[in-house]
Write a protein that binds this ligand. Structure first.
Ligand SMILES: Cc1cc2nc3c(=O)[nH]c(=O)nc-3n(C[C@H](O)[C@H](O)[C@H](O)COP(=O)(O)OP(=O)(O)OC[C@H]3O[C@@H](n4cnc5c(N)ncnc54)[C@H](O)[C@@H]3O)c2cc1C
Length: 235
């Protein structure tokens, strides 16, 4: 059972207009797995508390934990973390949490990652873990996002990495010259950029409720075994 502990914000990195990566130094961190999350608790001067879950964005580095938070319009905690929390300030964290939606690096099956919006965070943690381990497990990442400006980790995703195929698909506005009109992910996208069901990949799907529901259903329609489809809902 993990307990609440103080964590100091040591770095803020702008990812997009609406997403920021926050690097914290907790008092003590026992390590975590790619795909796990932690809880952040904020306490106001009058004692009011708010708790939200955020995926751990990368492997532990020198005792630091990294989150990427997308600002939700009207959202209580995400707006504060994105816009107001100053470097040097403390929050409380508790974690790591979750043992199901994880990629351990010991499984040699191909991996299919399906991300919607900020759902990219735990999936990119798996890509980073693969890199850290020097793993050669083949990965495919299909990332559905509103516009090119909304792509989180754009620089990292644009850098080719052996064995990791990345495809970004846009729902509202595509880059100039794109042949695919902006729309939600469909079976064609999964057929073109996913692994065939016969390859028996491990599938990880993460994002808002509607995205996760739709993407998992499409995987099942394409013949993927539901036991090899792991989902994480941010809704
Ligand atoms: C396991 C897990 C991992 C997650 N990982 C991440 C991550 O890595 N990155 C990330 O950005 N997010 C992540 N999330 C989502 C995150 O936990 C929060 O849900 C998100 O940041 C929104 O919190 P908030 O306090 O800003 O919004 P909230 O204040 O909770 O509001 C959410 C929405 O509900 C609306 N709302 C709130 N109250 C009302 C009301 N009374 N009436 C009508 N509408 C209302 C708000 O306007 C807003 O649109 C994760 C969630 C889970 C469960």
């Amino acid at each position: 059972m993990t307990v609440w502990q103080q964590a100091r914000l040591v770095e803020r990195l702008r990812e997009t207009d609406s997403a920021v990566t926050l690097v914290f130094e907790p008092e003590e961190w026992s390590g975590h797995l790619a795909g796990q999350h932690a809880d952040i608790r904020l306490t106001a001067d009058d004692g009011y508390q708010a708790v939200r879950s955020y995926s751990l964005a990368g492997p532990v580095e020198e005792g630091r934990v990294v989150f990427t938070v997308q600002r939700v319009l009207g959202g209580e905690v995400s707006t504060y973390l994105c816009d107001d929390l100053p470097v040097g300030a403390y929050v409380e964290v508790r974690g790591p949490v979750g043992g199901w939606f994880v990629w351990r690096g010991t499984d040699t099956r191909p991996v299919m990652l399906l991300a919607g919006g900020s759902g990219i965070v735990p999936l990119q943690a798996m890509v980073r873990q693969r890199r850290a381990l020097g793993s050669r497990v083949p990965f495919r990442l299909l990332y559905s996002v509103r516009t090119p400006e909304d792509v989180i980790y754009a620089d990292e995703l644009a850098r080719p990495e052996g064995g990791v195929d990345v495809a970004v698909r846009y729902t509202r506005e595509a880059p100039p010259g794109a042949r695919r009109a902006p729309r939600r992910l469909g079976l064609v996208d999964l057929n073109t950029h996913g692994w065939p069901a016969e390859f028996e990949p491990m599938c990880f799907v993460c994002g808002p409720n509607g995205f996760v529901e739709a993407a998992a259903n499409m995987l099942i329609t394409l013949g993927h075994d539901r036991h090899r489809i792991k989902t994480e809902r941010f809704g």
